[in-house]
Design a protein around this ligand. Sequence first.
Ligand SMILES: *Cc1c(COP(=O)(O)O)cnc(C)c1O
Length: 362
Amino acid sequence: MKHSSTASNPSDIIRPEILALKAYHVPPATGMVKLDAMENPYALPQALQNEISSLAADAPINRYPDPNAADLKAALRETLAIPDQMEVMLGNGSDEIIQIVAMATARPGAVVMSVEPAFVMFRMIATFANMQYTGVPLTADFALDLDAMLEAIVHHQPAVIFLAYPNNPTGNLFDEHAILKIIEATPGIVVVDEAYHAFADASVMDRLADYPNLLLMRTLSKLGLAGLRLGLLIGRPAWLTEFEKLRLPYNVNVLTQHVTQTVLRHMDVLLDQASQIKTERARMLAQLGALGALEVFPSDANFILFRVDNATDIFGKLKQQGILIKNLDRTHALLDNCLRVTVGTPGENTQFVTVLKTLLSE
Ligand SMILES: *Cc1c(COP(=O)(O)O)cnc(C)c1O
């Protein structure tokens, strides 16, 4: 029998800001040309796949994984050239790292700051953690508005600033000098999110030693291991010691630990694939640029943002033809009529450009 004081309504118990949220939506993509999620479109070579098969078969899945993932961390340090004096924390994807940073800094009234448009998880996770969020608009060409950022820093005194470098969903690298000014001006920490590092020739890794409030986040997702879920936070031991306290003990599972270590021994494979993606990016940028009917934005990532009349209509028609990209129209004033396409295989990209061209000439 139900007790009369038992909560029956989620709205009696769940925080209002959670009730107001919409869950992060991932559209179904079965059978589609999937160009919506910045995934690497290439499979691993057969020999490496076979190596992974036997690794998975032999993995001690009855045991908890190494809670510190020591071997994997050592491999990552070497492969990513992480400075010796910096500490590393691993996350179940970098999304989890954003969450850990937010939980650790969520003092009453604490503010998370980023730019707008930015990676949506910065805002969502700030809300999860009961933090205030402030997004400072980028300029019309998606550059950092340094004056506005500096003013917002003085006004909001953010505990954390997240900057994706290159930025998602715009694809560009911000001016490094402006980022450094922001790091110098803020009373809190700055997490530079280099999810697209493999496709850009820039990193703040070398700056870590100079800026005590700088942290660097990376992920293997965009490089080709999205399904394994592995992200990294790199920074001074003093910060990482605190964040580690919030990391759940076995957040990186045994298959991810073993498979990633093996793939890291063949890093050249992933880097070759990234370089193919960069070649395709250049080809797509040229082809889209030549279409005239649309505005294409430069990209240092594995996706391209473009603006076209009736974007939502074009998005729907592409989908009808089996091509899934991302519709950003009406998600932010600066993204009016904007669509984002992930760079796929040459065949997928040609199919996308061909269908788009037909739609535009209708
Ligand atoms: C995709 C993406 C992430 C998330 O990466 P995971 O490691 O897969 O959680 C983080 N930041 C930005 C900017 C991204 O675009």
